[in-house]
Write a protein of this length. Structure first.
Length: 322
């Protein structure tokens, strides 16, 4: 496939959207990749990254090796993801603290439309697919109701968290950020990103050293996880595409509980900064919400979330017809 600079720029924009989604607990970057038409290419490209690339490099040169892994596509996409996470981590954290209803409302609309989008990709329905949707919906729902627990302060645990979270991040409907929250490492991950940026900008080498160590552990775990799981997903898409799509649809249906904007806090916890934040929440009606339910603005943002899917779908169709 011959791509122009504009095509790769659009791929980077999709990466920006994926990164923004991955920062928010309850929203999956994999969902953005799927609805924007690059999911299967992403999984297949990651699956191609193996030690055989070095053999190709040695025999045919760097250009052939780079092309064999769809390197320009991966570079453009993950550049967008990295820029988004580094630049938006602080803003998303602020929104989660100060405007949670509005943030969740937008993403609720986005995921709701995504369920329809992914479901309509299924070419042939049967009993097995219905069971797959029900089972994955139930599993995903119970994941959203799990109580987060505090992580031990260890590099090996961060390695494990990176491994598990990246698997969730590339699955549409399963939030890697929420998995980190359940594992007790979400605050550490967000602080690591913010400290990394602050350490570079202020030349605070002590802060930078600590952030780099934690970032390296999360990154190594993520690299191993995405490589292992991409091979499984790639095989599933090639051999059982309808079943895979049904399972992903179910995961997204179950995840709606986590991103429902109106919540009642059942218990609280104190984070690493000494701030009191929700620990366990339950979804409630906006009319039962204590305080300003921001219903009108929330509905508008839900509609904007749905409209975003339509735009991404249009861009995805443009990519397929290119």
């Amino acid at each position: 496939m011959q791509r122009r600079f504009l095509d790769y720029f659009i791929i980077s924009l999709k990466g920006l959207a994926m990164g923004a989604a991955d920062v928010v607990p309850g929203v999956s970057g994999g969902t953005i990749a799927f609805i924007s038409g690059i999911y299967e290419e992403l999984i297949e490209s990651i699956d191609r990254v193996n030690f055989g690339v070095f053999k190709t490099w040695r025999k045919e040169g760097f250009k052939a090796a780079w092309k064999s892994i769809n390197g320009t596509f991966l570079l453009a996409l993950f550049t967008g993801v990295a820029i988004s996470i580094l630049s938006l981590a602080k803003a998303i954290k602020w929104l989660l603290t100060n405007e949670p209803i509005l943030l969740w409302a937008f993403f609720f609309g986005l995921v709701l439309a995504s369920i329809w989008f992914i479901g309509k990709q299924i070419k042939k329905w049967d009993f097995k697919l219905c069971i797959a949707i029900i089972l994955t919906s139930v599993v995903s729902y119970f994941i959203t109701t799990a109580e987060p627990f505090a992580s031990p302060d260890s590099s090996l645990y961060l390695l494990f968290c990176g491994f598990i979270a990246i698997i969730a991040m590339i699955l549409p409907g399963v939030s890697g950020a929420f998995i980190l929250l359940i594992l007790g490492a979400y605050g550490t991950a967000i602080d690591t990103v913010n400290n990394l940026r602050e350490g570079v900008s202020t030349m605070n080498f002590e802060l930078l050293k600590d952030a780099l160590l934690k970032f390296a552990m999360l990154a190594i775990g993520a690299i191993v996880g995405i490589k292992v799981f991409s091979k499984i997903l790639n095989w599933m898409f090639k051999n059982h595409k309808n079943l895979t799509l049904a399972a992903l649809t179910g995961f997204m249906i179950g995840s709606l509980n986590k991103i429902w904007p109106w919540k009642n806090v059942l218990s609280w916890r104190t984070n690493s900064h000494g701030e009191k934040v929700p620990l366990v929440e339950e979804s409630i009606s906006p009319f039962s919400f204590e305080g300003d339910n921001q219903l009108v603005i929330a509905i508008v943002l839900m509609i904007l979330g749905i409209a975003s899917i339509l735009i991404l779908e249009y861009l995805g169709k443009g990519k397929e017809s290119a």
